[in-house]
Ligand binder design. Structure first.
Ligand SMILES: C[S@@+](CC[C@H](N)C(=O)[O-])C[C@H]1O[C@@H](n2cnc3c(N)ncnc32)[C@H](O)[C@@H]1O
Length: 203
């Protein structure tokens, strides 16, 4: 199945709390932002934002330049509806990261649980092209994937699991490692999922 059809169907048929990656608070992402002393005057793009509440939390904290990118329109529609009038304060892009060519750069590139779906070198190369186009020297990149001891599937799709060194190798020398840590995410049905978080700074 085409990934766009897969993800559309997921968001059309499941409630937010029925997917494994659901969080009622985006605290791991906020913790990552704290680690780099991020502040609301910066720009941030959330890659594969899904229906995550990160946008809500950032707007609550006064961020004014946030962009949400996702392959699945129903996911971003759900966030738009939830935000109501505040939706106008964010930018929205329905795009496949493998083909997305950002027309501007962002201070912070955030990706929770998207990169790990790119299981071929060509797909990861395409992601890296978008990453290079969407960041500038000094930009921070926050990536969270399933860890080496995490699940081997997400949403029924195979994933590639990483440790911090593996993520660093994928992003390449332009992205200098800043921090990495493991988080245990608890799914809505109470199982553990180990995530590898890593932060990089573009040289
Ligand atoms: C596991 S969910 C994570 C959602 C969100 N980041 C979060 O933490 O709640 C993966 C998300 O990536 C999106 N996605 C998957 N493949 C994509 C691609 N090639 N380009 C853009 N978005 C993609 C899906 O639609 C889905 O919303």
């Amino acid at each position: 199945m085409d990934p766009r059809d897969h993800w559309r169907q997921v968001y059309e048929t499941k409630q937010p709390g029925e997917v494994s990656w659901f969080q009622d608070s985006p605290s791991p992402s906020l913790e990552a932002l704290d680690r780099i002393d991020a502040n609301p005057s910066q720009s941030l793009v959330d890659i594969g934002a899904g229906a995550s509440v990160l946008a809500d939390a950032l707007l609550d904290r006064g961020w004014s330049d946030i962009t949400l990118v996702d392959i699945a329109e129903p996911a971003l529609d759900a966030v738009r509806r939830r935000l109501g009038a505040r939706a106008d304060q964010a930018h929205w892009e329905i795009a496949d990261i493998r083909h997305w060519r950002p027309t501007r750069t962002y201070d912070i590139w955030h990706d929770r649980a998207v990169f790990h779906f790119l299981t071929t070198p060509d797909e990861r190369q395409a992601y890296r092209r978008a990453l290079l186009a969407g960041t500038h020297p000094g930009s921070h990149v926050i990536v969270a994937t399933f860890a080496l001891d995490g699940p081997d599937k997400c949403s029924g799709l195979p994933v590639h699991r990483y440790d911090a060194a593996g993520l660093s190798a994928e992003l390449g020398d332009d992205f200098v490692p800043v921090a990495d840590w493991i988080e245990t995410h608890i799914t809505p049905w109470g199982s553990d999922q180990r995530f590898q978080w890593a932060v990089f700074r573009r040289a």
